[in-house]
Design a protein around this ligand. Structure first.
Ligand SMILES: [Zn+2]
Length: 135
């Protein structure tokens, strides 16, 4: 996993893709503005949340996202046995206590656009659910 390749390069490229995706979805629904977006970041995704927020403010300027709130939730890594599915505690050896099978990551490396809320001309507010769209 590439980390710290220059300040925030990773975060800026994520946010650029995020803003593109959100704006395209907002335009497709006739939005006049994006009110808020929620993203979910796994703790193993290698994303600095502060840098992400800074990048968002910078790249959202001049787009429909300009005045939107950004909510970020972080997701802890969770492992399970690839063979029998038993949960494997983080922090210990990544082998299954029951059958010694290898651990598989269940969650914690995702970067997901979870939700966006947009303003539309007619009804004022429209909540658009885009759950689990990978950025
Ligand atoms: Zn197992």
């Amino acid at each position: 996993m590439a980390r710290r390749q220059g300040a925030g390069v990773h975060e800026y490229s994520i946010v650029r893709a995020l803003v593109d995706r959100v704006e395209a979805a907002a335009v497709a629904r006739g939005a006049t503005a994006v009110r808020s977006i929620a993203v979910r970041i796994g703790e193993l995704a290698g994303v600095d949340v502060e840098l992400l927020a800074t990048a968002y403010r910078t790249l959202a300027a001049g787009t429909l996202c300009e005045r939107s709130a950004l909510e970020v939730s972080t997701v802890a890594a969770r492992w399970a046995c690839r063979d029998c599915g038993a949960a494997i505690a983080a922090g210990g050896p990544l082998r299954c206590a029951a059958c010694d099978g290898p651990a598989a990551l269940q969650q914690g490396d995702e970067i997901l656009l979870e939700r966006m809320e947009i303003d539309v001309d007619d009804d004022g507010k429209d909540t658009t659910d885009v759950r689990h769209a990978r950025i």
